[in-house]
Write a protein that binds this ligand. Structure first.
Ligand code: 8X3
Length: 251
């Protein structure tokens, strides 16, 4: 069945990979992100492949903009089947006693509050229709803190609790709730974390073949297409030479 899939943070990384993979799966896409021009380019290239795409340019931190965009969805796009809460970021790797309060606020506002805004907007319709799937992009960083990870790890621990809580709250419905927990994935992630220091970012993936966005998107598409009675609750996805948050065997 063609599904309507809303993906936040769809202009790069795991979000963009999800857009392409769900498109290949024959689904219709609502793509959100902050960069209107990037959204337009992505939409154009998908439409050339006959994919049905709607783009909404807003920052998930901007609650009013999120509400407006959602309320103004054209009738035929309102019944969202899959919500992929992907928008999120890490900023900084300083010890907790030296970190930037602004960076912390941005991570909390995006990774936790933005995810909650989207959940609160989209899930009531799913409950009413007794149909839907929420796929949250968490992280292994939510399972265990690492040096300098402090607040980022806390936001991903929050994603785990929020995902588990939602799964409990919709257990009486046919809605499924998934937490994807990737380890090292080579995207813009580290570049953003280090505020554009590309050399430092490249070192994160040195000597190991990291995952790419597509690897995570494959799991998202699998979870969304599993038989109705199957709920992929949580998946940890690691590069083969990463064993845990801190054990990484590099060449
Ligand atoms: C991304 C994984 O280990 O770099 O969330 O924090 S990690």
């Amino acid at each position: 069945m063609n599904k309507i899939v809303l993906i936040t943070g769809a202009t790069s990384g795991i979000g963009l990979a999800c857009a392409k993979k769900f498109a290949e799966n024959g689904d219709k896409l609502i793509l959100t992100g902050r960069n209107e021009q990037r959204l337009a380019e992505i939409s154009k290239s998908l439409k050339e492949k006959n994919v049905k795409v709607l783009t909404l340019a807003f920052d998930v931190r901007d609650r009013e903009a999120a509400i407006q965009s959602f309320n103004n969805l054209p009738e035929e796009w309102k019944e969202i089947d899959v919500l992929v809460n992907n928008a999120g970021l890490a900023l900084g790797l300083e010890p907790e006693y030296e970190g930037s309060l602004e960076d912390w606020e941005t991570m909390i506002d995006t990774n936790i509050k933005g995810l909650l805004t989207m959940t609160r907007l989209v899930v009531p319709g799913m409950v009413k229709r007794n149909r839907g799937h929420i796929i949250n992009v968490g992280s292994i960083a939510g399972d265990a803190a690492y040096a300098g990870g402090n607040v980022y790890c806390a936001t991903k621990a929050a994603v785990k609790a929020i995902t588990d809580g939602l799964r409990i709250d919709v257990a009486h419905t046919a809605i499924r709730v998934t937490n994807l927990k990737p380890g090292l994935v080579e995207t813009n992630f580290s570049n953003t974390r280090f505020h554009g220091d590309t050399d430092r970012a490249a070192k994160v993936y040195e000597g190991i073949k990291p995952l790419i966005g597509d690897d995570i998107a494959d799991v998202a598409v699998y979870a969304a297409n599993a038989p109705e009675h199957v709920q992929i609750a949580e998946v940890t996805i690691l590069a083969t030479h990463q064993a845990s948050v801190s054990v990484i065997k590099r060449k």
